[in-house]
Design a protein around this ligand. Structure first.
Ligand SMILES: NC(=O)C1=CN([C@@H]2O[C@H](COP(=O)(O)OP(=O)(O)OC[C@H]3O[C@@H](n4cnc5c(N)ncnc54)[C@H](OP(=O)(O)O)[C@@H]3O)[C@@H](O)[C@H]2O)[C@@H](O)CC1
Ligand SMILES: Nc1ncnc2c1ncn2[C@@H]1O[C@H](COP(=O)(O)OP(=O)(O)O)[C@@H](O)[C@H]1O
Ligand SMILES: [K+]
Length: 517
């Protein structure tokens, strides 16, 4: 298998973007030429989205900086293409290049509208108020203007990002424009993958402007990259083709330890999804009272009946488990208050920890326990579990991307922080982001499906711990596959229909789609 990471889009901070831009300018690219180039591309995109015959009236919001400069070039170009353009410039002092464009717009006879209500009588708005130069909260008359725009039903196209969002944290600085479309310029900024920003971004799109690879590398190679998971990465990592003479013990044996009388369904969802991952042998350890039921629901699995506690959780694992046959373990979904977690953490096998296993780990000395492990460890907390595991870090560090990255390298684990945008960080400091998902997955049990899938993929690739970067990518592959199945099911039926059971059934469809694409 080729272990090279295929090209993946990077995600940058405002400082990195500014440093790349500064490098390009220092090598002779004129600032005005870059603005012109970018704005031409934005104009083209706007024309496609808002064709002249149906959307003849454009309202352009012009800010004081180069975001406003971009907007003025877009205004000029839309004017030349026949749109009726009205501009509104709420801040009087402009940066020199922006002021030049404003002067030329006036020379062309484009009108600046003082009254924002008149200006709002348009078919669409272009938001060029602030881009990555926003340094402090939007307040006063500007905040009122943003409120009026948001209350109107006129669709907004935001240049670079919706004005009012912090480019890195995605936090709303005072107030922010809720866009219909956001055209991110050059490279993806972090805000596009931050939960706080999601309600404002609308449909997000990247408008590239041919950044030289050398300049990008010169700035970004100074730290481990943040990258987006792509179909080509996933395609490369999935175990599509089995050796012709493969037998079941050579293509991954997964031991799933899950379920309790209180949460039997979690065990089943997890097991069915592990099965869908293609794993050769699936062992499912459950409390003995669940055994017959699990067997009847998933006949392919070898169900291991475990003695149980008074509360119906697994009390211990039977002594006759063939550990030598197990390639990976997934522990946690529906486990309840089973006392077996500390013993499992000491087993020298690749291990996925989720749900109750994480809650129990949170009661232990987390750092010492994880650092003592010799095999790869993958943690898949949602936001609540993450806070329980790492209360100090979650509270202290406003930037979750950095926080997840630091924790993964410090603890030498793969850390998967699940959410609307899931972050996957590895011991090498690399961070992967799943760019596409669906709120249809916000449903009890979808996480159990992810655990089974991740465990199944891990079992099919029992690689040495040395290739930790690759295990991170495998976790990213599971996250991607899971989310794609959600998108696929939501598209085929509706967001309301994506039960975790349907999600499991759709894993094969999204995979077939990926293979044929
Ligand atoms: N490399 C690229 O990607 C390219 C980038 N390009 C474009 O440049 C944009 C960045 O331009 P930019 O640096 O001029 O900053 P921008 O966002 O326009 O605003 C800064 C202005 O706002 C002001 N200001 C700040 N906060 C404020 C507040 N709360 N309330 C009021 N004022 C506030 C601040 O004033 P000051 O803080 O100095 O008082 C300053 O005047 C970028 O997003 C993209 O659109 C393209 O043209 C080419 C390729
Ligand atoms: N708004 C959302 N958009 C996209 N994915 C989501 C959203 N909400 C939840 N998810 C995904 O759904 C799954 C939920 O997992 P989890 O909270 O552990 O559920 P459970 O414990 O009930 O199985 C995660 O993979 C998460 O990334
Ligand atoms: K903007």
């Amino acid at each position: 298998m080729n272990m090279d990471v295929p090209f993946a889009p990077v995600v940058v901070t405002a400082a990195q973007m500014q440093a790349i831009e500064a490098r390009i300018f220092s090598h002779g690219m004129p600032v005005a030429a870059l603005m012109e180039k970018v704005a031409q591309r934005i104009t083209q995109r706007i024309q496609q989205r808002y064709p002249l015959p149906q959307f003849p009236r454009a309202a352009i919001l012009v800010g004081p900086g180069h975001n406003g400069g971009d907007a003025l070039v877009v205004a000029r170009e839309l004017h030349h293409r026949g749109y009726q353009v009205q501009m509104h410039q709420p801040v009087s002092t402009l940066k020199p290049l922006t002021a030049d464009h404003a002067r030329y717009a006036q020379h062309l006879g484009l009108s600046f509208c003082q009254n924002s209500q008149d200006w709002l009588a348009a078919d669409f708005i272009v938001d060029g108020l602030f881009g990555f130069g926003l340094t402090r909260p939007v307040s006063g008359a500007l905040a009122d203007l943003v409120a009026v725009i948001n209350q109107s039903s006129v669709p907004v196209v935001s240049i670079d990002l919706p004005s009012g969002l912090h480019t890195d944290s995605g936090a709303v600085l005072g107030t922010a424009i809720a866009a219909r479309h956001s055209y991110c310029l050059g490279l993806w900024k972090r805000a596009f993958f931050q939960t706080a920003a999601l309600p404002y971004l609308g449909q997000a799109e990247l408008i590239p402007f041919d950044i030289p690879a050398l300049d990008q590398a010169a700035i970004l190679s100074q730290s481990a990259p943040i990258q987006l998971i792509t179909p080509s990465l996933v395609r490369q990592l999935l175990p599509w083709d089995r050796p012709p003479a493969a037998h079941k013990y050579q293509v991954g044996s997964l031991l799933l330890i899950c379920g309790s009388q209180q949460y039997p369904g979690a065990a089943l969802l997890c097991a069915r999804s592990a099965q869908a991952s293609g794993v050769g042998m699936l062992y499912v350890a459950v409390p003995q009272s669940l055994r017959l039921w699990v067997v009847s629901q998933i006949p392919e699995a070898v169900v291991i009946a475990c003695p149980e506690t008074d509360t119906g959780a697994i009390a211990a694992l039977p002594s006759d488990i063939h550990w030598e046959r197990i390639d990976a373990i997934a522990l946690g979904p529906g486990l309840g208050d089973s006392p077996i977690v500390p013993a499992l953490l000491a087993v020298d096998k690749p291990l996925v920890l989720d749900a109750d296993a994480l809650n129990q780990l949170a009661q232990m000395p987390v750092e010492a326990t994880l650092q003592a492990r010799s095999s790869p460890t993958l943690l898949t907390p949602h936001g609540g579990e993450f806070k329980r595991l790492f209360p100090r870090e979650a509270e202290r560090n406003g930037d979750l991307m950095n926080c997840v990255r630091d924790l993964a390298s410090q603890l030498h684990v793969v850390l998967v922080l699940k959410g609307a945008k899931t972050f996957i960080a590895g011991p090498d400091g690399c961070l992967w982001i799943n760019p596409e998902s669906t709120p249809a997955l916000a449903r009890g049990g979808s996480g159990d499906v992810l655990t089974g899938l991740m465990g199944g993929l891990l079992a099919q690739h029992p690689q040495p711990a040395a290739s930790s970067g690759w295990i991170t990518q495998l976790a990213a592959t599971a996250v991607w596959w899971h989310a794609q199945a959600g998108c696929f099911a939501a598209q085929r039926y509706s967001q309301l229909s994506v039960s975790p059971s349907l999600l499991v059934d759709t894993l094969k469809d999204s995979l077939a789609h990926l293979r044929l694409a």
